[in-house]
Design a protein around this ligand. Structure first.
Ligand SMILES: Cc1cc2nc3c(=O)[nH]c(=O)nc-3n(C[C@H](O)[C@H](O)[C@H](O)COP(=O)(O)OP(=O)(O)OC[C@H]3O[C@@H](n4cnc5c(N)ncnc54)[C@H](O)[C@@H]3O)c2cc1C
Length: 556
């Protein structure tokens, strides 16, 4: 018998769970109120932890991180850049803490190497002169967008259905058991199906809530009281890559002390402050200033860098032993499978809460094991053995560099992103111009994404990184819109361009000073004035006043 499961939430945990359950033979439907990675997964630091950060205070999480770091390198190599990480001790920072970090890493099976001041500065020359020494650990950078998309794609390959822009507005509860979900569409799904406002009931043998910071709201739909210990963090993106290694400060309490190289940029962050509502919390300028100030203590050139944008995320933390005096930084990063039959007397419903992006696969495995136990299914987990689409043969990627007649840096970045799908995507008949220069994205990659997600340019962005670089969409948004014209009408393409602009603007307005302000003005001039976007007669319904132009000409 095939059992049906609804997974709520299209972040790393939800897509990972959908993949795991689909691989074990379940009939899976994933529902996500926004696009994939709409929640915290799309707002992380992108740090694939070695566990060293948690080795002293939270050893269980540290051990999990190291184990998953190894597994993800095997199954998701094309989503990871193995930068390594340094825990940097500055003059005046505690020797005793440095030694405790080393000992704790050894206890958690995390490989380390102590680098002298000279070795540290030779690896990262922009670090401050105050460096005393550092500990090397196998930290890395991971792309959360590609990771979630690869999990979702593999889930679909194993028969799952993915419904994006489908918000769960209620749980179907009969006789003390959850029997399904009621969704309301917030727009078309990624296949262009449905319309905003449509309602539908999806019945299932079991419902898994992988809604992270929103888990208590979902539980409340079944009258379950489940308090989360959620906390916000601000992240700031610089315009160039000042460092090539993940940099952490080797200090006991870490806020804003991690700097991560990510593609062409560097990410600074994050603070850790409790919030009540994951959809409504203040995004404050002092947070952005503090992240820059703390990062510049380690890498002084960051103080002079152009900041591209800032964004905030909310950690889906859960505290099994809540204590109002506890700092959110001290809440465990461990994850919990909450069986609502055992905990609250409601059958058919399980929440997976807490954890990290780094441990998403293990979280998915644990909750899928639980669903199997409940429904009496014996199929074993295979997600740690079977590579995600695109990552089975990383060595072959390098060979693709010359194959597609592209300049090497573009070919390298395309093939890094696409993994073993590179040949299939890039081997096109016609010309393959570069659509986004900052991130080296070609038409073939954009068209491949459009085929997958339709006219949703934000979803194209998540798959390709187009518009995520230095110009923040200034030079490529209209080209991306033009790529829709063959398959979509003008109104759809215009809406898609607007949505992409709004998404890019959302993060930029927090970093508008100096050169970034000039870049924002340039983008405004290009699109609002040169392209007449802010007063387009096709949009506003008002005719262009040619008389005014004529009058101007006569006067001059
Ligand atoms: C600032 C910051 C930095 C971080 N950095 C790192 C890091 O570098 N490394 C690391 O390992 N971890 C990091 N984390 C933690 C990590 O990002 C999260 O633990 C992880 O991404 C959570 O994934 P998730 O899938 O559980 O939740 P989410 O990604 O939040 O997914 C939950 C999804 O549920 C959806 N949803 C909610 N309600 C509904 C509904 N009613 N109907 C349908 N869908 C719904 C949401 O839209 C959302 O997409 C960071 C967290 C923060 C806040």
């Amino acid at each position: 018998m095939t059992y049906s499961v609804v997974v709520i939430g299209g972040g790393a945990t939800g897509t990972g769970t959908a993949r795991d359950l689909a691989m074990r033979g379940f009939d899976v439907t994933l529902v996500e109120r926004g696009n994939l990675t709409h929640g915290t997964t799309g707002r992380t630091h992108g740090h694939l932890h070695s566990g060293a950060r948690y080795a002293i205070g939270d050893q269980e999480s540290a051990i999990d991180c190291m184990e998953e770091n190894r597994i993800l390198n095997d199954i998701a190599g094309h989503c990871i850049e193995n930068t390594g990480g340094l825990f940097v001790q500055l003059a005046g920072d505690s020797d005793e803490y440095f030694q405790r970090k080393l000992d704790a890493c050894a206890e958690c099976n995390i490989p380390t190497e102590v680098l002298s001041r000279e070795e540290t500065l030779s690896q990262e020359p922009y670090l401050t002169d105050d460096v005393k020494r550092s500990i090397w650990v196998p930290d890395a950078a991971i792309d959360p967008f590609r990771l979630a998309v690869a999990n979702a794609a593999d889930a679909v390959d194993h028969g799952a259905t993915i419904e994006t822009h489908a918000e769960v507005v209620d749980l179907v509860v009969d006789d003390g058991a959850v029997r399904g979900v009621e969704i309301e569409r917030q727009g078309q799904n990624y296949l262009g199906e449905g319309s905003k406002g449509d309602r539908e009931t999806i019945r299932a043998d079991h419902v898994v809530s992988a809604t992270g910071a929103w888990a208590s709201q979902l539980a409340a739909m079944a009258d379950i009281d489940m308090e989360m210990a959620i906390s916000k963090g601000a992240m700031v993106v610089t315009n160039v890559r000042q460092i090539d290694t993940v940099i952490n400060r080797c200090l006991p309490k870490g806020e804003g002390d991690t700097i991560i190289p990510h593609e062409t940029t560097v990410l600074l962050g994050a603070n850790d402050d409790p919030v009540d509502d994951p959809d409504d919390y203040p995004e404050e300028q002092w947070e952005v200033d503090l992240m820059i100030e703390l990062a510049a203590e380690l890498v002084p050139v960051i103080a002079e860098a152009r900041m591209l944008r800032a964004y905030w995320g909310v950690r889906p933390l859960y505290d099994p032993n809540p204590d109002s005096t506890k700092d959110t930084g001290d809440v465990t990063r461990n994850y919990f499978v909450l069986d609502h039959a055992e905990r609250d007397g409601i059958e058919g419903f399980t929440s997976i809460v807490g954890g990290k992006l780094t441990t998403y696969r293990e979280m998915a495995e644990s909750v899928s094991d639980h669903v199997c136990d409940v429904l009496g299914v014996t199929a074993a987990c295979r997600t740690h053995e079977e590579p995600l689409p695109g990552s089975s043969d990383p060595a072959a990627l390098d060979e693709r560099m010359d194959d597609f007649g592209l300049r090497s840096p573009i070919a390298r970045r395309s093939t890094d992103r696409l993994g073993d799908r590179a040949e299939e995507v890039l081997d096109v008949d016609g010309p393959n111009p570069t659509i986004c220069e900052c991130e080296a994205v070609t038409r073939a990659e954009v068209q491949d994404a459009v085929e997958d997600v339709g006219a949703d340019l934000n979803a194209v962005r998540l798959r390709t990184r187009a518009s995520m670089g230095n110009c923040q969409g200034g030079f490529c948004t209209h080209r991306l819109g033009a790529e829709l014209y063959d398959t979509h009408d003008q109104a759809t393409a215009r809406d898609a361009i607007d949505e992409l602009y709004q998404e890019r603007w959302k993060g930029q307005r927090h970093a508008l000073w100096g050169e970034q302000l000039s870049q924002a003005m340039l983008n405004h001039m290009l699109h609002a004035t040169t392209m007449n976007h802010d007063a387009d007669s096709a949009v506003t319904g008002t005719a262009i006043q040619f008389d005014a132009f004529d009058a101007g000409r006569q006067e001059s």
